[in-house]
Design a protein around this ligand. Sequence first.
Ligand code: MG
Ligand code: FE
Length: 181
Amino acid sequence: MESKHLADWLRDAHAMERQAEKMLQSQAHRLEHYPQLQKRIEEHIEETKNQSKKLEHCLTLVGADTSTFKDMGAELTAFGQAVGGMMAEDEVVKGGIASYAFENFEIASYKALIKAADMASQPEVSQVCKEILQEEIAMADWLSKHLDETTQQFLERDNDDDFFLKCLKCVRSEEHTSELQ
Ligand code: MG
Ligand code: FE
């Protein structure tokens, strides 16, 4: 079977990974209060960079033209834009939900790629996509397991901030009162 679709889908996956890298990086910067989540995201940034390279190798295996690589990162799907917007929001819980959705989008993409590679008799491409799939599944599982904890931490922090602001107001009004006396 010819591999026209396989090449197209590998290009899409490459654009998806470039986009993932940018989104994960912007997220990681804002997670200083969530060190565990930050660490896992930083690990996944490294995996993601490698995935892009592996896909470039796959594209050469199927004989695709790789001269247009540099522009592909800019090509965002509508889904990617929506999820990217949510991941860019300055709120860790929304970011966690969006990341989990994005990982599952990646999982589905690699499952389709594996099937297409098998049908096009491209065993190496299939093998590479299987390896990447495992990394995406591991990340999705991690995010799923930690969403509860992240949500709890976020709500507790938010509560603490409110309490702190109330205390601050209280102290200020007391200072003000003593100045008047
Ligand atoms: Mg990925
Ligand atoms: Fe991923």
